[in-house]
Ligand binder design. Sequence first.
Ligand code: HEM
Length: 402
Amino acid sequence: MENLSRRKVLTLGAALGIAGMAGTTGTAWAWSSKGSIAGSGTGADPFQVWDDTADAVAKALLTEGKVPEVNTAWESWIDNNAPLPAGMPDYLVAYLQQVNKLPSWADPAKLAASEKLYTRLSSYLFVSESLGSGIMSTVIPREARAVYWSAGGADMKQRAAKTFTFGYDLHNSKAWAPDGHFVVTANKTRLVHAVVRNLLPTSAKYQAGADQPKPISNGDILRTFHSVATFARSNMLKWNIALSTAEQDADLHAWQVTLHLLGVQEQFIPQTWADAEAQAQHMLWPVLGPTEEGVSLAKTLLGYIENPTLGLDSGFVNELVRYLLNDQMGDWLGLPRDYAQAALVRIEWPAYVAFREGVSKIMPGSFYLFDQFVRGISMMYLNNGTSPTQTPITLPTANRPG
Ligand code: HEM
């Protein structure tokens, strides 16, 4: 009987063309932990691993109705070296004392090198992460559904601003410094995910399409890491941006520490970029696809980036998304074609980067258009990051209303 069910699942998987995908029903996890920073593993499937300690803390906060007072208490808790704020339950304080620090294997020299690299490349990273990874997240089915049905899905402008907070706090000159913000921001994010893991299983609409007992497993977080960081590195290389081996190591190291701070076990965190690429091949690219929720989220997100925010033509933005991702993803999201803008983007974006980086002496005719675009995207991060009212990361108390 068990065999029959398994066969049925596999047959269905094959019919849907999903055989071999990690993280979907009926398929095996096949990335070896030999390529992890731990160097070995238990053989566990990261899509079956969550974050038990954080999840238990979040459960207690929700059950005791403590979330609003924690949000108030930690509003002023921002700097990496700031003491934990008063006004939080003892068990939350005890948990944060355990996790709000760098792992023993964190390398301060590499983290400092990542700050330099990210400062140099921030404008390209912001382009890759907003119009690239941000829109790609809407074709990662589990992520799209989780975001849509959580509270933040009903206010994507706020949610995007919170994500900019994370991006800005990581990609600046003092991310890891005592007066930087990133360690605190990552810890807040880890706890947001833990609260979501407790809340979403109570949403009937989310559950209707759910394929795992609770969302945001270690595997799902790694998948998002690839859609952001592995993707960004491949973009930088594709655009011929000079990246030394030491810089690439620093980039990976900053993300290894980030994944640890987000609650991912060391047996799953890739050790080298080659290991990361192999993991992404296994767990990210094969599972991308459209969902009703993702199409709706993408529409909302692109609406903020086009005319009202940056004064950009929607044809230009849609074609940039298609260029950064690919036409299949653009088609899934129903992005209308604009072939004139497509030609402009495909020819002139690489020329713009080459000129800006000093690789070419020829200034493309559309230099100012791209410059306005790059500055506009950067300002969305910088305004949010440097403003005294940086959009704070808060724990949700409920799912999406309605
Ligand atoms: C919240 C980043 C992976 C779903 C957040 C927040 C940040 C963040 C900064 C807080 C801002 C906010 O509340 O909107 C990340 C990073 C990830 C990651 C850096 C991996 C590298 C995931 C995955 C999922 C997910 C894999 C789902 C499968 C959510 C949801 C929220 C959230 C539902 C809460 C939104 C709400 O408040 O309703 N994430 N995330 N995240 N994330 Fe993630």
